[in-house]
Design a protein around this ligand. Structure first.
Ligand SMILES: [Zn+2]
Length: 107
């Protein structure tokens, strides 16, 4: 990843590093230059395991903030779980609607 020296913008704070990485990957896929910045709770970097920090998602180009927030909103509201539809279909891949009968994922 190229080093960017311009002003960066903190987009959001992620619940964990896995989620932060997922969001950054999605943003980069959409052409938004993003990266994970780890904010250590104690302020002592390197002495805590990676899951003890609060990862933040930053974007390199503040003018892309609106697009980035829209994408992030979708990422945060699309459940990544699998579910059984009442029609008997097993729906996976984060879809909220059954591709077979059109029913929505239960509550
Ligand atoms: Zn169904």
């Amino acid at each position: 990843m190229p080093i960017h020296n311009g002003p960066m913008l903190r987009l959001t704070r992620a619940p964990d590093l896995t989620t932060a990485t997922l969001w950054v990957d999605a943003l980069n896929t959409e052409g938004i230059s993003a990266s994970v910045q780890r904010q250590y709770l104690s302020g002592v970097a390197g002495e805590l395991p990676p899951d003890q920090c609060t990862p933040e998602v930053w974007i390199a180009h503040p003018e892309q903030e609106a697009r980035a927030r829209t994408l992030l909103h979708h990422l945060q509201h699309v459940p990544q779980r699998q579910w059984w539809c009442r029609c008997g279909e097993f729906v996976e891949g984060g879809f909220e609607q059954c591709w077979r009968c059109g029913a929505w994922m239960p509550g």
